[in-house]
Design a protein around this ligand. Sequence first.
Ligand SMILES: NC(=O)c1ccc[n+]([C@@H]2O[C@H](COP(=O)([O-])OP(=O)(O)OC[C@H]3O[C@@H](n4cnc5c(N)ncnc54)[C@H](OP(=O)(O)O)[C@@H]3O)[C@@H](O)[C@H]2O)c1
Length: 268
Amino acid sequence: MKKKILVTGASSGFGLLLAKELHKRGYNVIGTSRNPDKNQSSLPFKMLALDITDDKSIKSFRKQLFTEIKQLDVLINNAGFYLSGLAEETTITQGKQQFETNFWGTVMLTNELLPYFRNQRFGKIVTVGSIMGLISLPGGAYYAASKHALEGYFKALRFELNEFNIKVSMVEPMWSKTNIVTNSKVAENKISDYDEYRTTLEDYTKDLLSKSEEPTAVVETLLKLVENESPKFNNPVGKGSSLFPAIQYFSFKTFENSIIKNINKFKK
Ligand SMILES: NC(=O)c1ccc[n+]([C@@H]2O[C@H](COP(=O)([O-])OP(=O)(O)OC[C@H]3O[C@@H](n4cnc5c(N)ncnc54)[C@H](OP(=O)(O)O)[C@@H]3O)[C@@H](O)[C@H]2O)c1
């Protein structure tokens, strides 16, 4: 029987590429979007409406999902967005919105589906975190916090679901060429004291983003996790994705100095 795979945020970026590839490989794929009709006619897999920040949307999505399929083999928690800006310049409302989507939205959807996974006594949950869930860089405090929170949550869940033969993993990509920047939100509360540092940081970030990698490696890793019987918990992807967390862990000072040195190169 074809494995049934749910991919959230399948309208763009990693989610879209992954859903297309899974469909090509013969899986029964269900994708989600807040506007599922927008691209449905050009997609080979079924798209369902889902806003992970909205409890009503999650409940009606769950009903629709289980009329489409009778079992769920894999949940890929991919939906999310990027909030950029200095911590103090980010309003608390914006910070909460970042958590509403990246953390609470992901957790709420997972929770809604857990009873089905438990009843089946099998399944797999793969969540797209970020390298920013393992390290933290200036200009992305709330994004990093939301992704760190996911790491903590799913690490505990991995132990708890082991009892039920449900595998839990994370994927931690480096910057990749998707629509994440176009869809990002920016800190609204500019404080003049930060003007110089903000400009330097913007140039540093632009340079980082210009070195973004193709999303192929992330999609490949997700495919391997779908097919692997015993997936690892952490799966960093991209150049330096294993090195940076390791340096930070063994010598935070070395990590910190190298980041500061790189940022200072962009000082005017
Ligand atoms: N690209 C990178 O450099 C990078 C690096 C590390 C981690 N990530 C993570 O990878 C994941 C996918 O991002 P991407 O890079 O592929 O970005 P993207 O191209 O902007 O795609 C984001 C997807 O998330 C969905 N989404 C956003 N908010 C949603 C909500 N409230 N409810 C339901 N769906 C929502 C969007 O669907 P609709 O707008 O159609 O609803 C879209 O399909 C995110 O979790 C992101 O944090 C990305």
